[in-house]
Design a protein around this ligand. Structure first.
Ligand code: UDX
Length: 456
């Protein structure tokens, strides 16, 4: 089949490469000139495990092509996958400008009597009712009446996007038009994944509800972690014990500094904005966002309390991306941490294995220095805060670091370091909700002679 994918972000490019790999002819529309130039060399403008070789192979074999001409690409296609961004606006509602631009472009395609039915497959996360509205929009216009709209939300995670696509727990197909559903099922059939057929609005809601539920699990475990600190329980043990209940499961019970990324925060706020429009209070979802906001700021606030004042204090941040395995810093907890630390006058040096010169960080925090490695970032620091659990942080030479820092303090926002190893090298260490290495214990020891010596 001839397929067009609009948008070469994480969702669009992964979808395009996977579908091309299934043997289809895929034309990807990308209107960002720098990105398009990279793609037209057969290269990948985003960091995602396994994606560069899949893109390269399909590009070389001529199954994957790139263009900025949506009209030409869509006109020949039997199915157009819409995977453009719908970022949050100031009021939390998604910005639909790119989506509407695609809609208008599809509507302007010349009428072809022999075109047959054509699929508009919505992969972008869009407000509930968007698919139905698109369907009615197409129906109003004789030339676009051949388009059939399907809501087909995407559940891939950045960092494991290809794995998630090949091993999807389910493929949601939202349409009441049977022939359209069958055509899309035919495209996905070689993946052999379970399919759930629903109406368009339910498909759109499934995406929001699933993401919000996962975010709720994280905020829940983080709230329990804070309580563990106070009552002397250990969040690792608690999460393991909870997760062994098959009704709860182990996934998304890792306590830390909270979630970020291009999906969870955006989708939470979009759902809240939908609630507002429907004049419905959504207290649980409101709480999930509020708990996460506090959790993002937990460590800089703790540090500020510990030291009394952060003016001129040198702080090292390890990790800027919202999770390992990606170069994405959108809505990363690191941005909230940077704002809090720099707002309190701290001098921050950060290191991230994938973020070397991030415009988002540079533009918002011009005074923040970006180091080339963990050691350079930690040099002369008075506190190290770990924000992303990149595997390399678990294999550092702590004795070497101990000689480089000014004050030996490590705050582990992802509970990914071995506290006994870090403390054996002479550091003071605390994680989040850890019984043995709680923030409370660290705070209690600050006044003690032992801690005074250690931190001086
Ligand atoms: C998420 C959804 O998982 C995916 O289905 C959807 O399509 C897009 O949004 P993604 O944002 O790429 O994917 O990453 P995910 O692995 O879900 O992590 C999101 C955030 O939650 C990260 O900041 C991560 O550090 C945090 N997280 C995750 C936790 O703090 N604890 C956990 O137990 C799991």
């Amino acid at each position: 089949m001839r397929i067009c994918v609009v948008g070469a972000g994480y969702v669009g490019l992964v979808t395009a490469a996977v579908i091309a790999g299934l043997g289809h002819q895929v034309s990807v529309v990308e209107n960002h000139p720098a990105k398009l130039a990279v793609l037209r060399r057969g290269e990948t403008p985003i960091y995602e495990e396994g994606l560069p070789s899949l893109v390269k192979d399909n590009f070389r074999d001529g199954r994957l092509t790139f263009t900025d001409d949506i009209g030409a690409a869509a006109e020949k296609a039997e199915a157009v996958f819409i995977a453009v961004g719908t970022p949050s606006q100031a009021d939390g509602s998604p910005d639909m400008a790119s989506f509407y631009a695609v809609r208008d472009a599809l509507c302007q395609l010349p009428y072809r009597s022999n075109a047959g039915r054509r699929l508009a497959v919505v992969k972008s996360t869009v407000p509930i009712g968007t698919g139905d509205a698109l369907h009615h929009f197409f129906q109003k216009n004789a030339a676009s009446r051949s388009w059939q709209v399907i809501s087909n939300p995407e559940f891939l995670r950045q960092g494991t996007a290809l794995y998630d696509t090949y091993n999807a727990d389910r493929i949601i197909i939202g349409t009441e038009e049977e022939d359209a559903a069958h055509l899309l099922m035919k495209i996905y059939a070689p993946l052999g994944r379970p399919v759930l057929l629903v109406d368009r609005r339910s498909a759109e809601m499934i995406k929001y509800a699933a993401n919000t539920f996962l975010a709720a699990k994280i905020s829940f475990i983080n709230e329990i972690a804070c309580l563990c600190e106070q009552v002397g329980a250990d969040i690792g043990a608690v999460a393991r014990g909870m997760g062994m209940d098959a009704r709860i499961g182990h996934a998304f019970l890792r306590a830390g500094i909270g979630f970020g990324g291009s999906c969870f925060p955006k989708d939470l706020h979009a759902l809240l904005s939908t609630g507002q429009e429907a004049q419905l209070q959504l207290p649980m979802i409101t709480a999930v966002a509020a708990v996460n906001h506090n959790q993002n700021l937990l460590l800089p606030r703790f540090l500020s309390e510990l030291y009394g004042d952060l003016q001129g204090v040198r702080v090292c941040l390890w990790g800027l991306t919202y999770k390992p395995g990606t170069d994405d810093t959108r809505d990363a907890p690191a941005l909230a941490v940077l704002a809090e630390l720099t707002g309190r006058g701290a001098q921050v040096t950060a290191y991230d294995p994938q973020v070397k010169a991030c415009w988002l960080v540079k533009q918002q925090f011009p005074a923040v220095a970006i180091a080339h490695d963990s050691y350079e970032a930690a040099a002369r620091s008075e506190a190290i805060i770990l924000l992303t659990e990149w595997p390399e942080f678990a294999h550092l030479n702590w004795n070497r670091l101990r000689h480089q820092v000014k004050r030996p303090l490590v705050l582990d926002g992802r509970n990914c370091l071995d506290g006994s190893v870090v403390e054996a090298a002479g550091f003071s260490y605390a994680g989040i909700g850890q019984k043995r290495y709680s923030l409370k214990r660290l705070q209690a020891r600050t006044g003690s002679a032992e801690m005074g010596v250690a931190l001086s």
